[in-house]
Design a protein around this ligand. Structure first.
Ligand SMILES: Cc1cc2nc3c(=O)[nH]c(=O)nc-3n(C[C@H](O)[C@H](O)[C@H](O)COP(=O)(O)OP(=O)(O)OC[C@H]3O[C@@H](n4cnc5c(N)ncnc54)[C@H](O)[C@@H]3O)c2cc1C
Length: 382
């Protein structure tokens, strides 16, 4: 534990990245009494964590992610008290629509698999029940798999609320400060070089989203991050017709109507990412496909106009699950990045788990499937 006399540029842990994952880990580390410095090259929540669709979804998670998503959902339930900000969190069903018997067969198999593992939050629902939540629905829809108590939140508000609480607990954020490289000092501490001078700590968490691979590669752990720029669009206000966050089998879609009547549409249609310039450009043809999908599933959408579009920069891993856990080459180095388009919901639970791992050296959550070793090979080398 750090003493009060600790120099301003030293801490128990340096976190690289002020997105939801870095900020959340900083919060939970500080809550455990550790001193934390967070380095953010731009501003907190500037990238994926501030501009995502806000889906709080356990539905359809990779099996390895399910325990983390479940843990996160428990924290989401108390988020207003915990963070002193409701984060715009609303409980609502997340559902994935089926348009064929083949879709239904796959969904039933998934629900059965989840039940066999002891998870009961995913259920099949029929068209009558779907229509209770969606009042303008295509007759093509034949059923859905749903998680009735998932929801959505405001991404920027959430990431900022986490940041505020982390700061209130003593975490020190340095925005506009880019970690340029890491070296180990003779005494075992990490030295993180920046243009503003060096920062030192015995432990470092790399939570740098899309840019994480630049640093992990210099430490002998290269990862095949695929730059990804998922796009979003928002429409004019419509009368209330949808009280669910809706996806669909066989087509990229994330669809929800906000309390103010606007409809927010995403689902992972890609724009053009450019990590070097921090830019994510929208591309119109895929956005048009998104709009067409919406009109075909929800007839009322033919009345809507698009008012705004954007894209965010995200790190996608080839197997669609993040890199989480200790480095296999360096003691005191930890990773949490590569959330592949679905890391917002996980942010709170993941931060708690990373803090537990970093502070105690262990966690009861199985992080083996997320090991960086699946790309670099090998077992821990220390
Ligand atoms: C359009 C869109 C829609 C999405 N919708 C959803 C959704 O509905 N539900 C869901 O669960 N997820 C969703 N996601 C995914 C989710 O937003 C991300 O998985 C999550 O925000 C990743 O958080 P992060 O902290 O890992 O990364 P980021 O938010 O990218 O944060 C990483 C931070 O690290 C900083 N950084 C990087 N390198 C350095 C360095 N060397 N020095 C200092 N700082 C550095 C960056 O500037 C950045 O701010 C969506 C993503 C996008 C883009």
């Amino acid at each position: 534990m750090t003493q009060p006399s600790q120099p301003a540029r030293s801490a128990d842990v340096v976190v690289i990245g002020g997105g939801i994952h870095g900020s959340s880990a900083a919060l939970y580390l500080a809550q455990r009494g550790l001193s934390v410095i967070v380095l953010e090259k731009d501003s907190v929540g500037r990238h994926a964590s501030g501009v995502n669709a806000g889906g709080v979804r356990r539905l359809g998670r990779h099996l390895a992610e399910v325990p983390i998503a479940v843990r996160s959902r428990r924290i989401w339930a108390t988020v207003a008290d915990f963070l002193g900000d409701d984060c715009g969190f609303e409980v609502a069903p997340q559902m994935r629509l089926a348009r064929s018997e083949e879709h239904l067969v796959a969904m039933r198999a998934r629900v059965a698999e989840m039940q066999a593992l002891g998870y009961h939050h995913e259920v099949m629902i029929g068209t009558n029940q779907i229509r209770e939540y969606i009042h303008s629905l295509s007759d093509e829809v034949v059923g859905a798999v749903a998680c009735l108590d998932d929801g959505f939140a405001q991404p920027y508000q959430t990431t900022f609320a986490i940041h505020r609480k982390a700061r209130a607990l003593g975490a020190r954020f340095h925005e506009g400060v880019r970690a340029l490289g890491l070296t180990r000092e003779a005494g075992g501490d990490w030295r993180v070089a920046t243009a503003e001078g060096d920062f030192t700590a015995p432990r470092v968490l790399l939570a740098g989203g899309l840019w994480s691979g630049e640093i992990s590669a210099t430490l002998g752990e290269p990862v095949p991050i695929i730059p990804f720029a998922p796009m979003m669009l928002v429409t004019t206000r419509l009368p209330p017709f949808c009280n669910a966050v809706v996806g669909a089998a066989g087509v990229p879609l994330s669809f929800k109507q906000m309390p103010n009547g606007t409809v927010v549409i995403g689902g992972g249609r890609p724009g053009r990412p450019d990590a070097a310039t921090n830019r994510a450009e929208t591309t119109f043809h895929p956005l048009r496909l998104s709009a067409q999908t919406c009109i075909s599933l929800f007839p009322i959408m033919a009345e809507a106009s698009v008012v705004r579009t954007w894209a965010g920069l995200e790190a996608e891993m080839p197997d669609q699950i993040p890199v989480v856990g200790p480095s296999l080459r360096h003691e005191g180095l930890y990773y949490a990045f590569g959330f592949s388009g679905h890391g917002f919901q996980l942010g709170l639970g993941m931060g708690e788990i990373m803090a537990e791992l970093i502070a105690t050296g262990a966690t009861d959550v199985d992080l083996a499937p997320f090991s960086i070793g699946r790309f670099t090979g090998g077992a821990p080398a220390y």
